[in-house]
Design a protein around this ligand. Structure first.
Ligand code: FE2
Ligand code: FE2
Length: 307
């Protein structure tokens, strides 16, 4: 065996491939409406739990992850569970993920952060499987924990269906070092204040054999630069990265600012081979990546395989 150095990251392991399917990447239907809702009740600093939201504007962000180990074993989990219950139930049905949850094929639901469009659809999953394991950032607010435990509803709750209590295990990801979920699949918590009165987001990294590192994010409130720099410092010994998937939160609400344009230009140094950005990345940000001839592929439909 080769001697390892103090900064060797091989202890994180490798996987053969990871396939990501967008269950839904639309957080909300109408951006003007969500901005109006944010402003009307205290602005971006006020807690999402105390605000009034138009329930008809709710959609949600959620993805299915399928990972193949070096030995050929398959593991599946879900990242985030969207917002509107009816809409998300439909998307889970249409993508076949509902049956996977019912059959117990989904190892856990990984919640990237507690924003409304990532967490408030939880009942949809609990109705299929109340004891599903939840992996959460350690920074969830009291309101988020009460919501998970069935002690409160979301402000947009309108349905009359009985609430399902979560009966499974809740695993907060430890802050600090990467947490190995499977060989070659790790979670990292980014501790930071996030608009709408929440705190902390966790992201995923996959070390794919013969390809490199794939970064997967819910909203990437920590910024895509920090996400990618963290991979080079703590996840891989390589000088570049292989893939990028998910919401990058660059220009979610409109045209690109100079600072946001600079952030996209700065992405070049990571050497990504495949970028499947969706959700809160913003159309203007994706257009800029295409203009810069980055290897952009649609992140909003079908399954995308890295490996
Ligand atoms: Fe989001
Ligand atoms: Fe978010």
């Amino acid at each position: 065996m080769n001697p390892t150095t103090a900064d060797d990251k091989s202890y994180l392991g490798e996987c053969r491939s990871v396939t990501i399917t967008s269950i839904s990447e639309i957080g909300w239907h109408d951006t003007r409406q969500i901005l109006a809702d944010i402003q009307a009740t205290g602005g971006p600093q006020a807690s999402q739990w105390d605000k009034t939201w138009d329930p008809h504007n709710a959609a949600g962000s959620s993805s299915l992850i399928e990972i193949t180990s070096l030995h050929g074993e398959q593991h599946k989990f879900i990242v985030d569970c969207g917002w509107d219950e009816e809409y998300m139930a439909r998307r889970f049905e249409e993508t076949g993920v509902a049956r996977m949850v019912e059959r117990g094929e989904i190892d856990f639901l990984f919640l990237s952060h507690e924003h409304l469009d990532h967490l408030w659809g939880l009942q949809t999953v609990l109705r299929l499987r109340p004891d599903i394991t939840l992996r959460i950032p350690p920074t969830f607010t009291q309101e988020a924990m009460a919501f998970i435990l069935g002690e409160r509803t979301a402000p947009t709750h309108t349905g009359t269906k009985p609430r399902v209590k979560h009966t499974g295990t809740i695993i907060p990801t430890p802050p600090g070092k990467p947490t190995i979920l499977y060989p070659g699949c790790v979670a990292v918590v980014f501790d930071l204040p996030i608009p709408l009165g929440i705190h902390g987001e966790q992201s995923l990294y996959f070390r794919v054999q013969n390809k490199g590192t794939v970064c997967v994010t819910g909203c990437c409130h920590q910024t895509v630069t920090r996400l990618a720099d963290h991979a080079l410092t703590h996840i891989t010994n390589d000088a570049t990265l292989h893939g990028l998937y998910g919401g990058l939160h660059i220009a979610p609400f409109g045209p690109l600012s100079a600072e946001q344009g600079q952030m996209i230009a700065d992405l070049r140094r990571f050497g990504f081979q495949k970028i499947a950005a969706n959700h809160c990345t913003g159309p203007s940000a994706i257009e800029k990546m295409v203009e810069l001839r980055y290897p952009v592929i649609p992140g909003n439909r079908g399954a995308i395989t890295f490996g």
